[in-house]
Unconditional design. Sequence first.
Length: 377
Amino acid sequence: MKIQMVDMLAGYPPIREEIETAVRNVFNKANFILGEEVKKFEAEFAAHNGARYCVGVANGTDALRMAYIAGGIKPGDEVITSPFTFIATSETLSQIGAVPVFADIDPVTYTLDPKSVEKKITKKTRALVPVHLYGHPCDMDALLALAKKHNLIVIEDTAQAFTAKYRPGGKDWKYLGTLGHCGTFSFFPAKNLGAFGDGGAVLTNDDNIYATLIQLRNHGSKARYHHEMEGFNSRLDTVQAAVLSIRLKHVEKWTEMRNEVAKKYAERLKDVCVTPFVPANCRHSFNYYTLRFDSKEKRDNAQKHLTEQGIANQIYYPIALHLQEAYKRLGGKRGDLPACDSAMDAVFSLPMYPELTDEQINVITDKVKEAVKIKVK
Ligand SMILES: *Cc1c(COP(=O)(O)O)cnc(C)c1O
């Protein structure tokens, strides 16, 4: 049985008609750039998350870049983030002249360890960028307390965690991406809310950040050919906005289905390897479902076995950022961030999407069980 990491078409039939009509409408109106569908989706996405403002942008990477600028990060500023993430989180910092500083992660949640973050804070530190990896909320209570104490901006990389929730201070549930100054989102097809192409968004409750983002995404202009600043060409495409509005109506149900898949995976694998931990004050979005093995050899064996059996799998991420060639200049080496170093050697992710069937889950988990019995060479 061949099983993909993500099957974008599995959930398509029930919404095909609605989506194709919406797309045809945009074609017929030809309002391709910042059409009314973009405004409509922005209002819906902000309301869904309980945020005041949403700015639709071209992708999740640009969402980060523009949130950094709008949030006030300047050339030379140090920004503390996770080394265990996709490079989009940090390359956009370097590209605006800021310096990414990698702190270690928590070995259980794979997200920023506030104790390590605190040790990295200097006079030059301007911002924290928590990454809600795989859809697991960061320890936001501790990170927000640090930010308050040191007067830091907080920009949440929520690319993998739309629909994930957290209870700040144990109180009311809040959507991730609404706890810091800005939250950035990606609508890359494989994320929880996938477009039929690239897309992204920034959420904020701050009037000034919002006003700056609106300008930044459109060449720094409010009125055509009047540029108060330099900006980018990074608008959310109208066709994608039309698709996203429709998919948004289903996304909570899809996250519930992902959580059901996760429960079944955990039930069948709990004695075999480490399954994801979900604390009581968190709702996981399960963008990815990540297992941890007790050695690199066991992990590599499991990966090889699943691949041979036609079951897709992926290591997010095999080389942490502090060890990447691109960051040689920062001088990172193995041993600097031990929890991250050992996580990247021990994890791998199974197929995860809402429509995974019990039969598929059984096949996948059986293969993982077989794999751990294979003798480690
Ligand atoms: C996907 C992703 C991004 C980038 O989003 P794009 O839409 O692909 O540009 C940024 N950060 C993280 C953690 C991601 O997973």
